[in-house]
Design a protein around this ligand. Structure first.
Ligand code: ADP
Length: 257
């Protein structure tokens, strides 16, 4: 018997799952094709008080990322002699999901904070700023599946916006399997009603995968296809990431009277 996804997801699934998530013409419940991303909007430099920031909307997900640093480490005993200390807090606002979520950090949020930090760290020249810290805050304002990936995409842009030297950007996207079909960028209802969710983060120029998780079971052949689908999604998002970053530095020519 195939391994089931987590218990709390199954409970939610029975409450919300519509009859069919994909119709006979391979059209998904939100009208997308199997390999289509949700509409994405990204902005950088949205917060005046942070050193760097970014905002992303991916479908119904709305996520802010803010960077503070490099700065002196508090508490000081955490300072590292040879590199900067990268810290990350992924947090979902109490109003980000239908039922109020406790503002206290859940086990899921603690885990996501860790995997997101580990996915971003290889892209940052942490050795340039010994004895400092760089704090990454990811605040999910509205959640609809794939928030770790959208949060990562925004956080990497926010690091770039803070002027922190980086080897590459990091971009993330999930793919998976729903009703036997392989799909890109799952929504919450697809994630809960589907069989597999595979979030993946990529450094596109270095061609390095910095995060790969999988919830559910796939055959080796399916796994390869789903990874390639997620990589393709990442590359499309990367083009948007670059465009967003460049647009901040475009000097608009004055319109002549
Ligand atoms: P990701 O957002 O990266 O896909 P999960 O797979 O753990 O992470 O979660 C999937 C989705 O489940 C979230 O995007 C969110 O929409 C929903 N969700 C997560 N935590 C809660 C919660 N405490 N209450 C209601 N919905 C939640």
């Amino acid at each position: 018997m195939p391994k089931r996804k987590t218990e709390n997801k199954r409970l939610d699934r029975s409450q919300k799952k519509p009859e069919k998530l994909i119709d006979k013409n391979d059209v998904r419940i939100d009208g997308r094709k199997l390999d289509e991303l949700r509409p994405v909007k990204i902005e950088v430099g949205v917060l005046g008080n942070a050193d760097g920031s970014a905002y992303i909307e991916q479908g119904k997900n709305k996520i802010l990322a803010a960077i503070y640093g490099p700065k002196e480490v508090h508490p000081r005993h955490l300072a590292l002699p040879d590199r900067s200390l990268l810290r990350c807090r992924y947090h979902m606002a109490p109003f980000s999901v239908e039922e109020r979520k406790s503002p206290a950090p859940s086990r899921r949020e603690v885990e996501l904070s860790k995997v997101i930090r580990e996915a971003l760290e290889p892209s940052v020249f942490v050795e340039y700023y010994p004895r400092t810290s760089v704090d990454i805050f990811i605040e999910v304002l509205q959640a609809d599946g794939g928030t770790r990936c959208a949060g990562l995409t925004a956080a990497s842009l926010a690091l770039a916006d803070a002027g922190i030297p980086m080897r590459d950007l990091v971009v993330a996207c999930a793919a998976g399997k729903v009703e036997g079909r392989l799909v890109l960028d799952l929504t919450d209802v697809e994630d809960k009603g589907g069989e597999v969710d595979l979030p993946l983060a990529l450094m596109p120029n270095l061609n390095g995968i910095t995060l790969l998780q999988m919830d559910g079971d796939l055959t080796v052949d399916e796994f390869e296809k789903v990874v390639n689908l997620a990589l393709d999604g990442c590359r499309r998002l990367y083009a948007l990431q670059k465009e967003t970053l460049k647009s901040k530095y475009v000097v608009k020519e004055a319109v002549e009277e």
